[in-house]
Design a protein around this ligand. Structure first.
Ligand code: PLP
Length: 356
Protein backbone atom coordinates (compact mmCIF):
# COMPACT_ATOMS: atom_id res chain seq x y z
CA UNK A 1 0.00 0.00 0.00
CA UNK A 2 3.07 2.26 -0.15
CA UNK A 3 4.64 4.37 2.58
CA UNK A 4 2.93 7.47 3.95
CA UNK A 5 5.16 10.34 5.02
CA UNK A 6 4.24 11.69 8.47
CA UNK A 7 7.43 13.66 9.15
CA UNK A 8 7.58 16.40 6.48
CA UNK A 9 6.92 20.11 6.96
CA UNK A 10 4.72 19.96 3.86
CA UNK A 11 1.81 21.17 6.01
CA UNK A 12 -0.56 22.01 3.18
CA UNK A 13 0.61 19.53 0.57
CA UNK A 14 1.46 22.42 -1.75
CA UNK A 15 4.85 21.00 -2.77
CA UNK A 16 3.00 18.55 -5.00
CA UNK A 17 0.10 20.82 -5.96
CA UNK A 18 -0.19 20.79 -9.79
CA UNK A 19 -0.61 24.58 -10.05
CA UNK A 20 2.45 25.17 -7.87
CA UNK A 21 4.54 22.82 -9.99
CA UNK A 22 3.28 24.43 -13.21
CA UNK A 23 4.13 27.91 -11.88
CA UNK A 24 7.66 26.75 -11.12
CA UNK A 25 8.11 25.31 -14.62
CA UNK A 26 6.74 28.46 -16.25
CA UNK A 27 9.07 30.66 -14.19
CA UNK A 28 12.00 28.43 -15.07
CA UNK A 29 11.20 28.65 -18.78
CA UNK A 30 10.50 32.37 -18.81
CA UNK A 31 13.13 33.66 -16.37
CA UNK A 32 15.90 31.05 -16.58
CA UNK A 33 17.58 28.68 -14.17
CA UNK A 34 19.20 31.36 -12.04
CA UNK A 35 20.60 34.86 -11.87
CA UNK A 36 24.27 34.17 -11.08
CA UNK A 37 24.17 37.26 -8.92
CA UNK A 38 23.15 38.72 -5.59
CA UNK A 39 20.04 40.90 -5.61
CA UNK A 40 21.63 44.34 -5.80
CA UNK A 41 23.92 43.59 -8.75
CA UNK A 42 21.84 41.87 -11.45
CA UNK A 43 19.85 39.41 -9.33
CA UNK A 44 16.49 41.17 -9.20
CA UNK A 45 13.71 40.28 -11.65
CA UNK A 46 10.11 41.42 -11.68
CA UNK A 47 9.10 38.12 -10.02
CA UNK A 48 11.30 38.83 -6.98
CA UNK A 49 9.68 42.22 -6.49
CA UNK A 50 6.20 40.76 -7.06
CA UNK A 51 6.82 38.03 -4.49
CA UNK A 52 8.03 40.54 -1.90
CA UNK A 53 4.94 42.64 -2.47
CA UNK A 54 2.73 39.54 -2.20
CA UNK A 55 4.35 38.39 1.06
CA UNK A 56 3.78 41.83 2.60
CA UNK A 57 0.14 41.79 1.46
CA UNK A 58 -0.38 38.25 2.79
CA UNK A 59 0.87 39.26 6.24
CA UNK A 60 -0.74 42.73 6.06
CA UNK A 61 2.63 44.40 6.54
CA UNK A 62 4.25 47.35 4.73
CA UNK A 63 7.08 45.59 2.93
CA UNK A 64 9.09 42.37 2.70
CA UNK A 65 12.59 41.21 1.75
CA UNK A 66 13.55 37.79 0.38
CA UNK A 67 16.46 35.62 1.52
CA UNK A 68 17.83 32.29 0.34
CA UNK A 69 16.38 30.73 3.50
CA UNK A 70 14.77 31.67 6.79
CA UNK A 71 18.05 30.65 8.42
CA UNK A 72 19.57 33.56 6.50
CA UNK A 73 16.71 35.89 7.40
CA UNK A 74 17.33 35.11 11.08
CA UNK A 75 21.09 35.41 10.65
CA UNK A 76 20.71 38.82 9.02
CA UNK A 77 18.19 40.72 11.09
CA UNK A 78 19.55 41.18 14.61
CA UNK A 79 22.98 42.45 13.61
CA UNK A 80 21.45 44.91 11.15
CA UNK A 81 18.84 46.23 13.56
CA UNK A 82 20.42 46.24 17.02
CA UNK A 83 23.41 48.15 18.38
CA UNK A 84 25.43 47.67 21.60
CA UNK A 85 23.01 50.12 23.25
CA UNK A 86 20.04 47.82 22.59
CA UNK A 87 18.76 44.56 24.06
CA UNK A 88 17.26 41.38 22.68
CA UNK A 89 15.15 39.09 24.87
CA UNK A 90 14.93 35.57 23.47
CA UNK A 91 12.91 32.48 24.49
CA UNK A 92 15.37 29.78 25.63
CA UNK A 93 13.89 27.26 23.18
CA UNK A 94 14.05 29.46 20.09
CA UNK A 95 15.23 27.87 16.84
CA UNK A 96 18.98 27.47 16.30
CA UNK A 97 18.95 30.11 13.53
CA UNK A 98 17.55 32.77 15.92
CA UNK A 99 20.19 31.82 18.47
CA UNK A 100 22.91 32.13 15.83
CA UNK A 101 21.49 35.42 14.53
CA UNK A 102 21.51 36.85 18.05
CA UNK A 103 25.08 35.63 18.58
CA UNK A 104 26.15 37.73 15.59
CA UNK A 105 24.77 40.99 16.98
CA UNK A 106 26.34 43.27 19.56
CA UNK A 107 23.17 43.97 21.53
CA UNK A 108 22.78 42.92 25.17
CA UNK A 109 21.33 39.42 25.38
CA UNK A 110 18.65 38.17 27.74
CA UNK A 111 17.34 34.59 27.61
CA UNK A 112 13.95 34.08 29.25
CA UNK A 113 12.53 30.72 30.37
CA UNK A 114 10.41 28.98 27.75
CA UNK A 115 7.07 30.84 27.45
CA UNK A 116 7.47 32.08 31.05
CA UNK A 117 5.83 35.51 31.19
CA UNK A 118 7.01 36.29 34.72
CA UNK A 119 10.58 35.73 33.68
CA UNK A 120 10.10 37.79 30.51
CA UNK A 121 8.59 40.64 32.53
CA UNK A 122 11.47 40.62 35.03
CA UNK A 123 13.97 40.77 32.16
CA UNK A 124 12.04 43.48 30.29
CA UNK A 125 11.98 45.57 33.46
CA UNK A 126 15.74 45.29 33.82
CA UNK A 127 16.31 45.93 30.11
CA UNK A 128 14.07 49.02 30.11
CA UNK A 129 16.29 50.67 32.71
CA UNK A 130 19.52 49.86 30.93
CA UNK A 131 19.02 49.86 27.15
CA UNK A 132 17.81 52.13 24.35
CA UNK A 133 15.70 49.69 22.31
CA UNK A 134 14.29 46.31 23.35
CA UNK A 135 13.31 43.46 21.01
CA UNK A 136 11.48 40.34 22.21
CA UNK A 137 12.22 37.39 19.90
CA UNK A 138 10.22 34.18 19.86
CA UNK A 139 9.20 31.32 17.62
CA UNK A 140 5.46 31.64 16.92
CA UNK A 141 5.13 27.86 17.10
CA UNK A 142 7.89 25.70 18.57
CA UNK A 143 8.73 22.77 16.32
CA UNK A 144 9.97 20.28 18.91
CA UNK A 145 6.93 20.43 21.20
CA UNK A 146 4.17 21.72 18.92
CA UNK A 147 3.37 24.50 21.40
CA UNK A 148 2.38 28.04 20.51
CA UNK A 149 3.95 31.19 22.00
CA UNK A 150 1.58 33.22 24.25
CA UNK A 151 1.71 36.16 21.85
CA UNK A 152 -1.13 38.12 23.46
CA UNK A 153 0.71 38.22 26.77
CA UNK A 154 4.05 38.87 25.05
CA UNK A 155 2.57 41.82 23.14
CA UNK A 156 0.98 43.22 26.31
CA UNK A 157 4.33 43.08 28.11
CA UNK A 158 6.08 44.57 25.09
CA UNK A 159 3.62 47.47 25.13
CA UNK A 160 4.10 47.96 28.88
CA UNK A 161 7.90 48.04 28.62
CA UNK A 162 8.08 49.77 25.24
CA UNK A 163 9.60 46.83 23.35
CA UNK A 164 9.25 45.51 19.80
CA UNK A 165 8.12 41.95 19.06
CA UNK A 166 9.77 39.63 16.52
CA UNK A 167 8.31 36.22 15.64
CA UNK A 168 9.64 33.33 13.58
CA UNK A 169 6.63 31.85 11.80
CA UNK A 170 8.20 28.91 9.97
CA UNK A 171 5.78 26.49 11.65
CA UNK A 172 2.73 28.73 11.38
CA UNK A 173 2.71 30.60 8.06
CA UNK A 174 0.03 29.28 5.73
CA UNK A 175 -2.08 27.32 8.18
CA UNK A 176 -2.46 28.86 11.66
CA UNK A 177 -5.27 31.38 12.14
CA UNK A 178 -8.60 31.65 10.28
CA UNK A 179 -6.85 32.65 7.02
CA UNK A 180 -3.54 30.89 7.57
CA UNK A 181 -1.67 34.14 8.24
CA UNK A 182 0.03 32.65 11.28
CA UNK A 183 0.26 32.80 15.03
CA UNK A 184 -0.38 36.54 15.14
CA UNK A 185 -3.69 36.05 13.32
CA UNK A 186 -4.60 33.02 15.47
CA UNK A 187 -4.10 35.05 18.64
CA UNK A 188 -5.51 38.35 17.33
CA UNK A 189 -2.30 40.41 17.50
CA UNK A 190 -1.52 41.09 13.84
CA UNK A 191 -1.27 44.81 14.58
CA UNK A 192 1.03 44.32 17.57
CA UNK A 193 3.81 42.11 16.22
CA UNK A 194 6.40 44.32 14.52
CA UNK A 195 8.57 41.85 12.60
CA UNK A 196 7.89 38.44 11.06
CA UNK A 197 10.50 36.09 9.67
CA UNK A 198 9.32 32.96 7.90
CA UNK A 199 10.18 30.33 5.32
CA UNK A 200 9.02 29.43 1.84
CA UNK A 201 10.44 25.96 2.46
CA UNK A 202 7.65 24.42 4.52
CA UNK A 203 3.92 25.16 4.00
CA UNK A 204 4.47 27.63 1.12
CA UNK A 205 5.53 25.12 -1.52
CA UNK A 206 8.37 23.48 0.35
CA UNK A 207 11.19 24.44 -2.02
CA UNK A 208 13.45 27.00 -0.34
CA UNK A 209 13.66 30.66 0.59
CA UNK A 210 12.85 32.85 3.53
CA UNK A 211 11.84 36.42 4.24
CA UNK A 212 11.38 39.26 6.69
CA UNK A 213 8.20 41.31 6.58
CA UNK A 214 7.41 44.39 8.63
CA UNK A 215 7.65 48.20 8.57
CA UNK A 216 9.08 49.70 5.37
CA UNK A 217 11.98 51.55 7.07
CA UNK A 218 13.10 48.24 8.60
CA UNK A 219 13.03 46.48 5.24
CA UNK A 220 14.94 49.41 3.66
CA UNK A 221 17.55 49.07 6.40
CA UNK A 222 17.89 45.32 5.79
CA UNK A 223 18.42 45.91 2.06
CA UNK A 224 21.33 48.21 2.96
CA UNK A 225 22.85 46.25 5.83
CA UNK A 226 21.76 42.63 6.10
CA UNK A 227 24.75 40.48 5.21
CA UNK A 228 23.05 37.26 4.02
CA UNK A 229 20.90 39.44 1.70
CA UNK A 230 23.82 41.48 0.42
CA UNK A 231 26.30 38.68 -0.05
CA UNK A 232 24.31 35.62 -1.15
CA UNK A 233 22.74 34.67 -4.45
CA UNK A 234 19.25 35.66 -5.46
CA UNK A 235 16.44 33.06 -5.20
CA UNK A 236 16.13 31.03 -8.43
CA UNK A 237 13.06 31.80 -10.58
CA UNK A 238 11.49 28.33 -10.21
CA UNK A 239 11.56 28.70 -6.42
CA UNK A 240 10.07 32.19 -6.66
CA UNK A 241 7.39 30.90 -9.04
CA UNK A 242 6.18 28.12 -6.79
CA UNK A 243 6.14 30.25 -3.62
CA UNK A 244 4.25 32.97 -5.44
CA UNK A 245 1.60 30.49 -6.64
CA UNK A 246 1.31 28.98 -3.15
CA UNK A 247 0.53 32.46 -1.79
CA UNK A 248 -2.01 33.06 -4.58
CA UNK A 249 -3.82 29.86 -3.62
CA UNK A 250 -3.90 30.84 0.04
CA UNK A 251 -5.10 34.37 -0.68
CA UNK A 252 -7.87 33.18 -3.02
CA UNK A 253 -9.59 31.15 -0.32
CA UNK A 254 -9.00 29.99 3.23
CA UNK A 255 -10.19 26.44 2.40
CA UNK A 256 -6.66 24.98 2.14
CA UNK A 257 -5.49 26.65 5.36
CA UNK A 258 -8.59 25.45 7.16
CA UNK A 259 -8.32 21.86 5.97
CA UNK A 260 -5.57 21.19 8.51
CA UNK A 261 -7.38 21.74 11.77
CA UNK A 262 -9.85 18.82 11.57
CA UNK A 263 -7.09 16.39 10.59
CA UNK A 264 -4.84 17.51 13.42
CA UNK A 265 -7.74 17.11 15.81
CA UNK A 266 -8.53 13.61 14.48
CA UNK A 267 -4.96 12.41 15.05
CA UNK A 268 -4.52 14.04 18.45
CA UNK A 269 -7.84 12.82 19.87
CA UNK A 270 -7.50 9.23 18.58
CA UNK A 271 -3.93 8.93 19.88
CA UNK A 272 -4.88 10.39 23.26
CA UNK A 273 -7.85 8.01 23.49
CA UNK A 274 -5.50 5.11 22.74
CA UNK A 275 -3.38 6.12 25.76
CA UNK A 276 -0.52 8.07 24.18
CA UNK A 277 0.68 11.44 25.44
CA UNK A 278 0.81 14.05 22.67
CA UNK A 279 2.71 17.22 23.46
CA UNK A 280 1.54 20.71 22.41
CA UNK A 281 -1.96 21.82 21.55
CA UNK A 282 -3.93 22.19 18.31
CA UNK A 283 -0.79 22.17 16.17
CA UNK A 284 -0.10 19.71 13.31
CA UNK A 285 3.24 18.96 14.96
CA UNK A 286 2.16 16.10 17.22
CA UNK A 287 5.08 14.81 19.33
CA UNK A 288 4.25 11.33 20.66
CA UNK A 289 6.08 11.42 23.98
CA UNK A 290 7.93 8.19 24.81
CA UNK A 291 10.75 9.25 27.15
CA UNK A 292 13.30 6.60 26.27
CA UNK A 293 15.57 7.23 23.25
CA UNK A 294 15.85 3.56 22.24
CA UNK A 295 12.11 3.06 22.49
CA UNK A 296 11.53 6.05 20.17
CA UNK A 297 14.04 4.70 17.68
CA UNK A 298 12.79 1.07 17.55
CA UNK A 299 9.17 2.15 17.44
CA UNK A 300 9.91 4.44 14.48
CA UNK A 301 11.57 1.50 12.67
CA UNK A 302 8.56 -0.72 13.30
CA UNK A 303 6.23 2.02 12.10
CA UNK A 304 8.11 2.03 8.80
CA UNK A 305 7.53 -1.72 8.48
CA UNK A 306 3.84 -0.86 8.69
CA UNK A 307 4.13 1.77 5.95
CA UNK A 308 4.29 4.84 8.21
CA UNK A 309 7.35 7.08 7.87
CA UNK A 310 8.10 8.82 11.18
CA UNK A 311 11.33 9.67 13.00
CA UNK A 312 12.39 9.31 16.64
CA UNK A 313 13.92 12.42 18.24
CA UNK A 314 16.25 12.09 21.21
CA UNK A 315 19.04 13.95 23.03
CA UNK A 316 20.67 16.33 22.02
CA UNK A 317 17.83 17.41 19.70
CA UNK A 318 15.42 17.27 22.65
CA UNK A 319 16.21 17.18 26.42
CA UNK A 320 17.41 13.91 28.00
CA UNK A 321 14.49 11.64 28.99
CA UNK A 322 12.11 13.40 26.62
CA UNK A 323 12.55 11.26 23.52
CA UNK A 324 9.60 11.23 21.19
CA UNK A 325 8.35 10.40 17.72
CA UNK A 326 7.39 13.66 16.04
CA UNK A 327 4.38 13.16 13.81
CA UNK A 328 3.47 15.95 11.41
CA UNK A 329 -0.01 16.07 9.97
CA UNK A 330 -0.52 17.46 6.47
CA UNK A 331 -3.64 18.67 4.72
CA UNK A 332 -3.03 15.99 2.09
CA UNK A 333 -3.36 13.14 4.58
CA UNK A 334 -6.76 11.51 4.17
CA UNK A 335 -8.77 10.43 7.20
CA UNK A 336 -7.85 6.85 6.24
CA UNK A 337 -4.13 7.74 6.25
CA UNK A 338 -4.48 9.21 9.72
CA UNK A 339 -6.40 6.19 11.01
CA UNK A 340 -3.77 3.88 9.51
CA UNK A 341 -1.05 5.84 11.34
CA UNK A 342 -2.93 5.67 14.65
CA UNK A 343 -3.53 1.92 14.22
CA UNK A 344 0.16 1.34 13.52
CA UNK A 345 1.08 3.32 16.67
CA UNK A 346 -1.30 1.19 18.73
CA UNK A 347 0.20 -2.07 17.42
CA UNK A 348 3.80 -0.92 17.77
CA UNK A 349 3.13 0.71 21.16
CA UNK A 350 1.67 -2.55 22.51
CA UNK A 351 4.54 -4.59 21.08
CA UNK A 352 7.14 -2.44 22.90
CA UNK A 353 5.21 -1.90 26.13
CA UNK A 354 4.55 1.80 25.50
CA UNK A 355 0.83 1.06 25.78
CA UNK A 356 -0.78 -1.33 28.22
N1 PLP B 1 13.14 28.85 11.95
C1 PLP B 1 12.48 27.74 12.34
C2 PLP B 1 11.60 27.80 13.53
C3 PLP B 1 12.63 26.53 11.62
O1 PLP B 1 12.00 25.43 12.01
C4 PLP B 1 13.48 26.52 10.49
C5 PLP B 1 13.69 25.29 9.69
O2 PLP B 1 13.90 24.23 10.19
C6 PLP B 1 14.13 27.69 10.13
C7 PLP B 1 13.94 28.84 10.88
C8 PLP B 1 15.03 27.75 8.93
O3 PLP B 1 14.23 27.77 7.79
P1 PLP B 1 14.88 27.52 6.34
O4 PLP B 1 14.79 26.05 6.11
O5 PLP B 1 14.06 28.33 5.40
O6 PLP B 1 16.29 27.98 6.42
Amino acid sequence: AGIINFCANNYLGLSSHPEVIRAAVEALEKFGAGLSSVRFICGTQSIHKDLEEKIARFHQREDAILYASCFDANAGIFEALLTPEDAVLSDELNHASIIDGIRLCKANKYRYKHMDMQDLEAKLKEAQQKHRLRLVATDGAFSMDGDIAPLREICQLAQKYDALVFIDECHATGFLGPNGRGTDELLGVMDKVTIINSTLGKALGGAAGGYTTGPKPLIDLLRQRSRPYLFSNSLPPAVVGCASKALDLLMESNAIAQSMAAKTQRFRSKMTAAGFTISGKDHPICPVMLGDARLASVMAEDMLDRGIYVIGFSYPVVPKGKARIRVQISAVHSDEDIDRCVQAFIEVGRKHGALS
